[in-house]
Design a protein around this ligand. Structure first.
Ligand code: XUL
Ligand code: CO
Length: 443
């Protein structure tokens, strides 16, 4: 990939990150991510579709509720917001191309600062969209998805599209329209809705039914606008149960699928699942992936990991091989992502202040996904993993089990089968055997 720099080089001394194989001791090289290697009939680059998240890498400054920024960005100096945003974009594309990341994702306000004036915000975003388009053309980097940030501005404190005040809703809509226009202009492959404030803090002041109906009505309105304006991609909803709201309507995969089905939106929407959101919902990431895969709704993922001790969204870079191999097994068996890819919705730690840290984080994340993909492919090709699971259900493949599946047995028939066949034998679920099987291919 051609490295695309601006006037200034922000990551000086760091060149293109290349695949050097697993035995390299170069910390600024890939050990497993070989973008041209064929897996499942596609190159790794096409299969995994890695994306850089603009917000964590170029806006997130390391500040937390207890402390000031620790990441002091050299591109964040000019006073004019549009000029400053262009510098940031220079840095972003320099990083993305040095990392060989094929995609990126953004919120409107990551690209350029927004103020209170709708028309001025639209103007700013259009300038940056034009700037991004040139950079995309120069580098070949593509937009995996765009989105609007409807949670940071104080006007959204009671929600954006589910706000009890129609005036606030209209501002959310204006932002979505502009973000969608930018996504379409940039050839964005998908558009995401994550509703951090679409939920409630207390039911004492909330008409939940009406708020959810407003959200559904709005999604129809957006879908119609986008299709009319040539958007061919997929809309994703990103579930998360809470944080920042006490309760969010897009709680988890199952809840979102039910909502989309209820409001007749299944045809245009799929899911963007995030590891740390799954665990906040009390699920494994694998569970969320399987729920989505089983309904043909596995659109894309936001890659990160949580912390075993902390109960919030720590958005750390992924590094749990067992979690990811089990996840890749589900993704492979589902036939890959439906339109999406792997967006690193992850941030380096507050005290990771070296220029290289952002590179190490992405290299580690890309390598562990690449390794997990290879391991999962081998498990599916060489082991009896898939067969063992299928065989567990063999009693439904013929005879009375099959008749039950086909709806041909009454409750009396089931009772009679039990009465005439005695006590079932105990059949092992072989969990430890399967865990060892996965490890055998990892090591
Ligand atoms: C927040 C989160 C968001 C979405 C995009 O937890 O994951 O960054 O991915 O709005
Ligand atoms: Co996310």
């Amino acid at each position: 990939m051609a490295i695309v720099k601006g006037e200034k080089e922000y990551f000086e001394g760091i060149g293109e990150i290349r695949y050097e194989g697993k035995d390299t001791d170069n910390p600024l090289a890939f050990r497993y991510y070989d973008e041209n290697r064929i897996v499942q009939g596609k190159t790794m680059k096409e299969y995994l579709k890695f994306a850089c998240a603009y917000w964590h890498s170029f806006n997130g400054n390391g500040s937390d509720p207890f402390g000031e920024p620790t990441h002091i960005f050299p591109w964040d100096v000019k006073s004019d917001p549009v000029e400053r945003a262009k510098d940031k974009m220079d840095a972003a594309f320099e990083f993305i191309t040095k990392m060989n990341l094929p995609y990126y994702c953004f919120h409107d306000v990551d690209m350029v600062d927004y103020g209170p004036d709708v028309a001025e915000n639209e103007r700013r975003l259009r300038v940056l969209t034009d700037y991004a388009l040139k950079k995309q053309e120069e580098s070949g980097v593509k937009l995996l998805w765009g989105t609007a940030n409807l949670f940071s501005n104080r006007r959204y404190m009671n929600g954006a599209i589910t706000n009890p005040d129609f005036h606030v809703l209209s501002h959310g809509a204006a932002q979505v329209k502009a973000a969608l226009d930018a996504t379409i202009a940039l050839g964005g492959e998908n558009y995401v809705f994550w509703g951090g404030r679409e939920g409630y803090m207390t039911l004492l002041n909330t008409d939940m039914k009406r708020e959810k109906e407003h959200f559904a009505r709005f999604l129809h309105t957006v879908r119609d606008y986008a299709r009319k304006n040539g958007f061919k991609g997929t809309f994703f909803i990103e579930p998360k149960p809470c944080e920042p709201s006490k309760h969010q309507y897009d709680y988890d995969a199952e809840t979102v699928i039910g909502f989309l089905r209820q409001y007749d939106l299944l045809g245009d929407f799929k899911l963007n699942l995030e590891v740390n959101h799954a665990t906040l919902a009390g699920h494994t990431f694998q569970h969320e992936l399987q729920v989505a895969a089983d309904t043909g709704m596995l659109g894309s993922i936001d890659a990160n990991r949580g912390d075993y001790q902390n109960g919030w969204d720590t958005d750390q870079f992924p590094n749990n091989i067992n979690e990811l191999v089990e996840s890749m097994l589900i993704i492979l068996e589902a036939g890959g992502f439906q339109g999406g890819g792997i967006n690193f919705d992850a941030k380096i730690r507050r005290n990771s202040t070296d220029r290289e840290d952002l590179f190490y984080a992405h290299i580690g994340g890309m390598d562990i996904f690449a390794k997990s993909l290879l391991v999962a492919e081998e498990i599916l090709q060489k082991s009896d993993y898939a067969k063992l699971r299928k065989d567990r259900y063999a009693s439904f493949d013929s005879g009375q089990g099959k008749a039950f599946e086909e709806g041909r047995l009454s409750l009396e028939d089931l009772r009679d089968y039990a009465a005439s066949n005695g006590e079932p034998r105990l059949v092992s679920g072989r969990q430890e055997y399967l865990e060892n099987l996965v490890n055998r291919y990892i090591f």
